[in-house]
Design a protein around this ligand. Sequence first.
Ligand code: FES
Ligand SMILES: [Fe+2]
Length: 396
Amino acid sequence: MTFEPRRFMNRYPEESRDPVPVERYTSPEYFELERERVFRRKWLNVGNVLQAPKPGDYFVVDLQVLDTSLLVIHGMDGQFRAFHNMCSHRGAPVAWDKQGSCRNYLACRFHGWVYDTTGKLVHISDAENFPGVKAEDNGLTSVNCEVWESFIFVNLADQPEESLAEFLAPVTDEIGRFDFSGYTPAFSYRIDEAVNWKTLQEAQLEGWHLPFLHEKTLARAVKVEGSQYRHAAIELHGLHGVLGSPPPDSFTPPPTAELASRFGTGTVQAFGSKVENADEGYRFRGSFDFWHIFPNLFIGLLNGLYFTFNIWPVAVDRSIWEIKGYYPPVRTAGELFAREYSKVGLRDPMMEDCFTHELVCAQLKSGAKQHIHFQDEEILARHLGSGVDLCVRGLA
Ligand code: FES
Ligand SMILES: [Fe+2]
């Protein structure tokens, strides 16, 4: 194979080659700066419009990293809005269910104050006993909320430094060519891990570990040169970036995957299949393109399906990994089987990842080493930490 060592470092000379301080993964002070200078300032994806398809539908998102819980509502006017899920009376949550639907009104269960889907307070129970409390001053506290394609983003800054369109500008022309219509939420996983959020993400920002850690699971669905995995592409786009995964020269799925593939495309088969790019629409770099939207969203685009990861810091050594798969609607029992197989096919490599993340996190705390290293195929993993560090130092 023609392979140019340090091909990505040469293309992106501005990206440092230095060892990375372990402190960035273990220091509570650094974590506090990440909360304030990354998560409180940047646009964060909190859901998909498919979670609230009709006016009046809503869902609740716990943002532990910012000590709040958000209520995202599809308004009767069709607009999506986000609010702190907190009643203006004495602070109870307004929506208690994680997901639901209303006819424009939500009543607080504690003492019955009522809000509409624009966040306006429309009823104060026992109003005469609240002298001086005006409904117009006590609506829900809103949070900046914008939608791009299927993705709902919020920004917790009082005044965002840039619009969502500006924030996503380095990637929207390309990702926007993927047709996100016609998919339904097919499955989800939610994993609570004892790991720093960057350690968790870095393992998703490089495929180089596939032939090692995932030797028995994913490795056969990707191209491996000798014992090395080489990305079909890695590109840095501002703070964001993308990995392209090369399909293997030939792919023989395991027998159950083979059976499932007769009824519908699953993730493992899609990983292993070469995509013929059409002239129109999204152009794949490999069988599978994995976009990283800073700071914590991944959008995996495959031929005929997509999936997302949202990785939420909880503490310096604890994170939540949310995984959601979006597939075409199931029409037959065979397609349901293919989809379920696809779900469990992802589970084993994820468990290999999670187990490893936690061991890494535990060992980073030992103090045995002050630095870790990233090689050329890991440049996107390094790029996450560089972007975070720029934010922490007030430079991005
Ligand atoms: S806390 Fe909501 S009505 Fe009292
Ligand atoms: Fe992995």
